[in-house]
Write a protein that binds this ligand. Sequence first.
Ligand code: NAP
Ligand code: ZN
Length: 352
Amino acid sequence: MQKAQAYATHSPQDHLSPFELDRRDVGAKDIQIDILFCGVCHSDLHTARGEWPGTVYPVVPGHEIVGKVTAVGSEVRNFKVGDLAGVGCMVDSCQTCAACAEGMEQLCDNNGIVFTYNSPDKHQPGKSTFGGYSTSIVVSDKFVLKISPKLDLAAVAPLLCAGITTYSPLRHWKVGKGSKVGIVGLGGLGHMGLKFSHAFGAETVLFTTSESKTADAKRLGADHVVISKDENQMKQHLNSFDFILNTVSASHNLDAYTALLKRDATLCLVGVPEHAHPSPNVGNLIFRRRSIAGSIIGGIKETQEMLDFCAEKNIVSDIEMIKMQEIEGAYERMVKSDVRYRFVIDMASLRQ
Ligand code: NAP
Ligand code: ZN
């Protein structure tokens, strides 16, 4: 066991504060990483504050991890000491089911996903996995991603969750030239959705509640910006979308968006609010055979494909760097939809 410095919270009402944890010894197939940067996802906040069922305290959030390899096990062939490495939302899965065999570990048929934090830790029975708000991590080589040195490392971190969570559904529903795509919410996920939809060649519309984000949205890849509270603006887009990706972190009325879909088109939910959305209007769905779907992150193979695509196209996240000690202020801004457009923690602040 080795000690790592971290930030943890001990109850839903608590603030994140310094915490020391044990990382397992490096096994034959393990990679040890010194964490340099970790992105701040709204899922970290939902979990830390107990907004979703199942948080086991103490919890150390963080699943947008980039850093440098400091040790590899005897059977590791794909990484060596000194390489850049990334870890996203998963650190293991059953690896025997059909979904895992097809590279879709995030959809593991045996519910075998081990999340990077707040999952039972197979290697330390009785404990939970601890995430990236920490100085180091030890992960099985199959769940470690290659990071290109071409890109700004801190700005790559959010690709590990916000990036793949938007890339994967946009690929699955095959958006591209000739499609009209909506992205709902301009936060961490939403801004990556805009960048990918634009890069894939789709006509891209951002729906936002924050008028002040209009200029940024256009810079990030939106062809049009719609203020979603304005019914007249919404009406202009009725029955016109091939695909809408909804990243909103709070409960809201989905009917306003299903009404904008073409025949057979899909509204895909990736936001996971604390409280359920109101039940959707069935009429909106049956008359044009529209669908409401959901999507969760992406598999390891597709995450690597996304990282390679970003390196080729020079795509990274727009970030605001913070110190670990500033995390509660960042959470407060996130609650107010005031993230531009992803906070990233500089882990040097934990090493001082
Ligand atoms: P974020 O940075 O806080 O962005 C969320 C955005 O949603 C806000 O910036 C805001 O955009 C909009 N919004 C917030 N409250 C709203 C409300 N009451 N009504 C309408 N719009 C509202 O969060 P994030 O990190 O992108 O995460 C978004 C959600 O996705 C979270 O629930 C998170 O847990 C979930 N998530 C899911 C997956 C997955 O695999 N499915 C992966 C990661 C995260 P505007 O200001 O533009 O309106
Ligand atoms: Zn996330």
